[in-house]
Structure formats: structure tokens, C-alpha cells
Design a binder for this molecule. Sequence first.
Ligand SMILES: [Zn+2]
Length: 135
Amino acid sequence: MRPCDREKLERSDEEWKRALTPEQFRILRQDGTEPPFRNKYWDHHDRGVYLCAGCHSELFSSDAKFESGTGWPSFFEPICEGAVEKVEDKRFGVVRDAVACARCGGHLGHVFEDGPPPTGLRYCMNSGALEFKEE
Ligand SMILES: [Zn+2]
């Protein structure tokens, strides 16, 4: 996988509030989660690229999207090495790997080790943290 070069983007909460919708702010900046099957991209099959709704960095290609059955858009790998980063999430009494945009630090979802080949990973994302750009 090609590496991606991501310059960090830092903004205050006030700036993010102005730039994002309330739902985007709740997910990206407050580690929010949207309901399964009632979100924009879980059953979305167009070809293109999913961007971070916060900073518009490219995160996932539709080529890496698969049907996970979870009701959230799921991918087996990011579009380039270092597009996203893992953050330990200790809420709810279990340790899970949260996934954040490497550029703006926005919370995207979680990653689990029960995905399909070739990576065996399942990036379980919130649609509200993504924007789709058609190919
Ligand atoms: Zn971002």
C-alpha cells in the first residue's frame, strides 16, 4: 500500500462547530456513534472514494468496502498507509481500537480483527464521519 502524506490540521472546538453539522460534530469531535442501518453509506455501492467529513482527506476506496452485516459502512483497508490511526478506546468497560483521521484527528469508528482477506481487518465506520466522492 502506498504511504500517504498527511499534514496535521488543528482546529479549536469552536472552529469545528462552525465547520461541521451538529451530527458530524457529535461523531467526529465527541466520539459519537450513529445507529446501524439508519445511516447514509451502510448499503451504498457506488464506485469512488470516501473522504473525512471534517478535513476532506481521502480515507477509503469503494474497492475496499464489503458487506459486514453490521449496518455500518465497513472496509478492509484504508486508501493509503497512514490515512487513519488507531486510538485506544477504554469506554464501556472494554478496550477497543478506535479509528481517527490521521490529518484532523476526527473520530471515525472502530477497527476489529474479524474482517475478510486480504487484511482480516474490519474498519467499522460512521457514515456521518464520511463524505462520498464519486469516481
Ligand atoms: Zn479528517
